[in-house]
Each structure stands twice: as structure tokens, then as C-alpha cells.
Design a protein around this ligand. Structure first.
Ligand code: ADP
Length: 279
């Protein structure tokens, strides 16, 4: 596969928040690639920088160093205006943990789904057809189309958010904790939709603190720890032979994945090591 297959290419990315003495680093030297038809599982605990990475790739946070290429296009130095026009083309879409953040509360479901298509310049008739098609794909009934997000259940809302991301057939979808707020039944459904997407050739970045939900879907796994990428490899490789102490710690808390079980003492020692304490 050549370089043109890379849908997402992040190179040596640094992101800082705050200014002056409050300035702190959220991401440091992060590099990763995602090809078309590939799902990258990005895992790490709260505060490790996962959402910052997602928000930088979506143009919502500005990098202080490094480069981001999406669909072969270098978006690193884009102004707000350039981002707006890039977004309108629908190359990259997103699904957040809270569907109310992915959906406009004032728009009906139909309007929400039509919006990205009409912005892109699709004729209304073909846009309506695409909306109906996506709705069926996420197992939603058309009688929900006139409703607003507040009138839907949590699981329905998240399926609408997924349908909205799909409707423009983007090259890349960033899923930030897409199942974390859902109950078991809805979780299974959304995970199945994500698997279908992957099989249909969309490049996905699936972000989660929960290795268990990512492992069943991701081709490769990357582990963020305190703003740095400490591990990356095929899912099987990372589960079988994790290289970094933090990944082993994560695996120790997912007993069903057949990782060498970490004992309580081992885990305490790892924690201490990770925090730079003498063991
Ligand atoms: P995760 O998604 O893995 O929980 P985040 O990307 O949200 O991690 O956060 C990474 C680091 O950046 C944390 O230390 C967090 O406190 C900090 N951070 C996140 N968002 C902001 C913000 N808007 N302003 C200042 N600091 C932030």
C-alpha cells in the first residue's frame, strides 16, 4: 500500500493548553497513521490526551507543533475559514460520547441528517434518499425523522449521531467514547454498526478508556499515557505481548483477554514504576 492509502497521518504532534505559567502540555510528539478500511483503537485513561487528539484532528484545537494530514491534505495551519470549508466537504466526521454534543438540539433528526449533505451541495431529492438509507443502516424507524434529539432515548440519539456521521460517506470517522454512555443492549448494537462500517472500508479512529470494547473492533491499537503514545501495534500483538508497563496494567484489568494475569503486587509495582517511584 502506498502513501495515498493513508487517510489520517499525524506526525510528531504537540498540543498545549493555557498560557504563561498555566501552560501545560496535553500531547507530546504523537505520531500515528490510519489507512482506508482500517480501525485504530486509541486507548488511555482519563486525562491521557485522547479527546485532545480527536479535537485536534477535527480542527477544534490548534497544534503547537507537528503535522496533521487528512485524506492526503495537510490541514495543519488551516484558519477557521479553511476548516469550515474543509469540514463542509465531509472528508472527516465524528461521533462523541454524548450524542447531544454531536447533534444540534434545535434541528429535527431529518434536518440534522440533511444538513451535511445540503452544505456539501447535494440536491435535496438525493439527500433525502441518502438520509433514509442511513436511517435503515443504523436500525432506526422513519417515524423518528420529525423528532428533535430531546424526544429520543439515549440509544436512539447515539444511532442518529452515527447516521449523521455516515450520511456523507466520509473517508474518516472519529468515534470518541461512542458506547461509554450506553446500556448493554445499545452498546452491542452500536459496536455492530461500527464493525459494519469498518468492513465497508471506512477508516475509523475508535477512542476509549475501555480496552475491552475496542479490542473486538480495532485492527491496531495505540496507547496514550500522559500525552505520549507509549505503545502501538496490531491488536493481537498488543494483547499478546504488550511492550509498555502501562499497557500491561490495562490488560491486567481486562481478565477476559487472556493476558498474563497481573497480581495485586505486580500491579502496585507497575503503578509505582509508572509514577517514577522507587520500587
Ligand atoms: P482524555 O480524553 O484522555 O480524558 P483530554 O484530552 O481530555 O484527555 O485531556 C488531556 C489533558 O489536557 C488533561 O490534563 C486535561 O486536564 C487537559 N485539558 C483538556 N482540555 C483542556 C482545556 N480545554 N483547557 C485546559 N486543559 C485541558
Amino acid at each position: 500500500p502506498g502513501i495515498e492509502d493513508e487517510v489520517l497521518e499525524v506526525s510528531d504532534l504537540d498540543v498545549h493548553y493555557g498560557v504563561g505559567r498555566r501552560r501545560h502540555r496535553a500531547l507530546s510528539g504523537v505520531s500515528l497513521q490510519v489507512r482506508s478500511g482500517e480501525t485504530l483503537g486509541l486507548i488511555g485513561e482519563t486525562g491521557s490526551g485522547k479527546s485532545t487528539l480527536a479535537r485536534t484532528v477535527l480542527g477544534l484545537v490548534r497544534a503547537s507543533g507537528g503535522r496533521v494530514r487528512i485524506g492526503g491534505e495537510d490541514v495543519t495551519g488551516y484558519s477557521q475559514r479553511q476548516w469550515r470549508s474543509f469540514r463542509r466537504r465531509g472528508v472527516v466526521q465524528y461521533v462523541f460520547q454524548d450524542p447531544l454534543r454531536s447533534l444540534d438540539p434545535d434541528l429535527t433528526v431529518q434536518e440534522s441528517l440533511l444538513e451535511p449533505l445540503l452544505l456539501r451541495g447535494d440536491p435535496r431529492a438525493s439527500a433525502l434518499e441518502a438520509v433514509r438509507e442511513q436511517f435503515a443502516r443504523v436500525n432506526l424507524d422513519e417515524h423518528l425523522l420529525p423528532r428533535r434529539p430531546a424526544e429520543l432515548s439515549g440509544g436512539q440519539r447515539q444511532r442518529v449521531a452515527v447516521a449523521r456521521a455516515l450520511v456523507v460517506e466520509p473517508a474518516l470517522i472519529i468515534l470518541d467514547e461512542p458506547v461509554s454512555a450506553l446500556d448493554a443492549a445499545n452498546r452491542v448494537q452500536i459496536l455492530q454498526i461500527i464493525k459494519n462500517l469498518r468492513d465497508a472500508g471506512t477508516a475509523l479512529v475508535f477512542i476509549s478508556h475501555d480496552l475491552g470494547s475496542v479490542a473486538g473492533v480495532a485492527d491496531r491499537i495505540a496507547v496514550l499515557y500522559q500525552g505520549e503514545l507509549v505503545e502501538s501495534g496490531s491488536t493481537a500483538e498488543v494483547l499478546r505481548t504488550p511492550q509498555h508497563a502501562y499497557t500491561r496494567l490495562l490488560l491486567g484489568s481486562v481478565p477476559t483477554l487472556h493476558a498474563p494475569p497481573a497480581t495485586r503486587a505486580e500491579r502496585q509495582a507497575l503503578r509505582a514504576q509508572l509514577n517514577g517511584e522507587p520500587v
